[in-house]
Design a protein around this ligand. Sequence first.
Ligand code: G
Ligand code: G
Ligand code: MN
Ligand code: NA
Length: 250
Amino acid sequence: RRIESELREALTSGDQIRLTYQPIYAGDCQTILGAEALLRWAHPIHAALPPGNLVAIAEERGMIGLLGDYVLRQAARFAATSTLPWVAVNVSPLQLRDKAFPERLARLLEECGLTPSRLQLEITESVLLANNDTTRAVLAELRATGILVALDDFGTGYSAISYLRHHRIDKLKIDRSFIQTIGNDAGAAAIAKALVDLALALDIRVTAEGVETEAQKDRLIAMRCHEFQGFLLSPPLEATELSAVLAGDA
Ligand code: G
Ligand code: G
Ligand code: MN
Ligand code: NA
């Protein structure tokens, strides 16, 4: 109860809840292709609350629409005033069950002055598995406006490979559990390669998440992976830090 009113207050006042941005690089490790927005709650007590828990609380209390719009607005505002090519925002399955979401988002982007093609939405496999008619229509409507959709944490949970035939997806993000064990687990390396090959065969983009070592990066380059994200290249950054990196003076 208490956390609910605090969350509501944080969403209406100030910058307690803000986003950090983790750059996503091309294989040269120099070119920033875009960045993933990650939620942070700068609260004396709840700062320790992982974003996943914050999202879960908002979902339970019927506040995910509010939190989701807040995140999208903040990310769109930042991207619009920056040279960042695109920003990727995580969205909850519940946000995609709202028929009014695409139109509201289109208006928000217009307000912020951000072209839809500079926004990417990261969804999880569970979104596709639910196979919900509203979700399907909402995703189609979003993609029709030019927003790209990425499948996050790919390979974990319930691999929705068959669903890739029915839902058009623009990008696969290979879960970091496969990337982090590439060097010492032949199985994980084989799965990572199979997932990259799947994306290449489907002619969609593919991102490796959680790249932490040069060796992992080199293996992924050899697999012809397109995009690289992880602590090796950069941790999540404050908006001002990312702007400095983009300006080349960080
Ligand atoms: O930053 P961190 O590794 O703690 O993120 C943990 C999880 O929280 C990730 O799975 C990430 O996708 C999710 N997450 C981070 N920011 C957001 C957000 O703004 N909205 C939603 N729905 N999930 C987020
Ligand atoms: O589920 P999702 O991919 O949205 O989660 C993103 C989370 O992964 C962020 O919280 C981010 O801090 C974390 N992350 C990003 N790069 C790395 C990395 O190289 N290693 C680890 N362990 N976590 C990472
Ligand atoms: Mn993500
Ligand atoms: Na992930």
